[in-house]
Design a protein around this ligand. Structure first.
Ligand SMILES: Cc1ncc(COP(=O)(O)O)c(C=O)c1O
Length: 401
């Protein structure tokens, strides 16, 4: 029997049937008079997902990395000073990009398993009375270590120092699954991609930008750019078009995904992710294992990076789950390679699916020599889901005979 591997990597995530079918349609003409009827409402609906109070959203035919680059290229100049922190593979890669694009990075190098160091940021910003720092960067959800950082806290640090720097946030594995309040938190560039909370294939870099970021761009900010240049997109996007051939099929899928998000409601989506993540964390506890995230305040509701016990290679657990139990888990990256395996629990997901992945993990752990008791993790998750189920979902009333 051939069954597609059950996908529990932290993106690309599972694609709901409605989204898949919305893309399984004949190609459409991206220069027709009809096309803006599809695209213009999408730009507006995306603003709701990012909870923006002003600004606009760009959609690039790229992955999230393209949106990272676009944020920098369109607002900052070579040689500009920026404040960044590095505590996992994705925050590391953003630092690497900033340096390669010629920014002067003031870097907080943090232990992997922690997140954005708010006190250090506050201190550095308070001392920067000449306002040399032009942008502060924060990785909302570090997918490599399963760490969520406090973006409201970064805003507080900026405000306390009365610092005018822009705030750039990587929420590739956050937006659409975790709360992102761009307007309230004063986020100026928020980076995302299609393949995580938006439940689409990879291929769209989604970048939400504030009016302040647009003003910085208009005032001559930025560095040489072409493919990801905001000005070209603004000119065409305003009319519902793109400066080059857009990924029409993915955009059709995005329409369906935004409809699903609206139907469920953002707050319900966040609550669902929190509940499912709690189920995974209950299982991790029951197995006697630890998360890579050092403290509960860092726990991510979209991905859990789980430390393999001393002497056990986490890559072996991932391989065993894949080949023996047809289940894809995330591997450990860079510094935590061989030390952690990751369960992605974001996007289109429910208790049944979480139960399934925990079932596979439990068996793979045992195969790899971890002394887990079958039913311990799955049982703990079931206990949690069962004891909280009535609060989460009302049963339909029985019809009178
Ligand atoms: C937090 C985070 N930032 C950035 C990226 C890079 O995005 P992409 O692989 O879509 O270019 C990823 C990818 O997983 C990510 O998880």
């Amino acid at each position: 029997m051939s069954v597609t591997p059950h996908l529990f990597i932290p993106g690309p995530t599972n694609i709901p049937e409605a989204v898949r079918m919305a893309m399984n349609v004949p190609m459409i003409d991206m220069r027709s008079g009809e096309f803006p009827k599809l695209t213009l409402p999408i730009f507006e609906d995306l603003k709701k997902v990012f909870k923006m109070k002003d600004g606009r959203v760009f959609i690039f035919p790229s992955s999230g990395t393209g949106a990272w680059e676009s944020a920098i290229q369109n607002t900052l100049k070579t040689g500009d000073k920026v404040l960044m922190s590095r505590f996992g593979q994705f925050s590391l890669l953003w630092v690497d990009m900033a340096e390669r694009l010629g920014l002067k990075v003031e870097l907080c190098d943090e232990e992997w398993g922690t997140g954005v160091p708010l006190e250090k940021y506050a201190d550095i910003l308070a001392k920067d009375t000449a306002h040399e720092i032009k942008a502060v960067f924060a990785t909302h959800n570090e997918t490599a270590t399963g760490v969520t950082s406090d973006i409201a806290g970064v805003r507080k640090a900026l405000d306390a120092a009365k610092h005018p720097a822009m705030l750039f946030v990587d929420s590739v594995s956050g937006v659409g699954s975790l709360d992102m309040r761009m307007g309230e938190w004063g986020v100026d560039c928020c980076v995302s991609g299609s393949q995580k909370g938006f439940m689409l294939p990879t291929g769209l870099g989604i970048l939400a930008v504030s009016q302040k970021a647009l003003d910085a761009n208009k005032a001559g900010g930025g560095m040489p750019r072409c493919f990801l240049a905001w000005e070209d997109h603004i000119k065409t996007n305003d009319l519902g078009y793109f400066p080059y051939t857009p990924a029409t099929q993915l955009i059709q899928g995005l329409r369906a995904s935004l409809d699903l998000i609206a139907a469920e409601g953002l707050e319900n989506i966040f609550a669902r992710h929190h509940r499912l993540a709690n189920g995974v964390r209950a299982a991790v506890d029951a197995w006697g294992l630890k998360l890579c995230a050092k403290e509960p305040k860092w726990h991510s509701d979209t991905v859990s990076a789980i430390l393999a016990p001393e002497g056990i290679d986490s890559a072996q657990i991932v391989k065993t789950a894949y080949y023996r139990y047809n289940t894809s888990l995330g591997v450990g990256l860079n510094k935590v390679a061989g030390r952690v395996f990751r369960i992605g629990h974001l996007g289109a997901l429910d208790e049944f699916m979480v139960g399934g992945v925990l079932f596979s993990v439990e068996m793979a752990l045992k195969d790899c020599g971890v002394p887990v008791k079958f039913g311990s993790g799955t049982g703990a998750a079931a206990e949690y889901f069962n004891s909280t189920a009535t609060k989460a979902a009302e049963l339909p009333k029985a019809k009178a005979a």
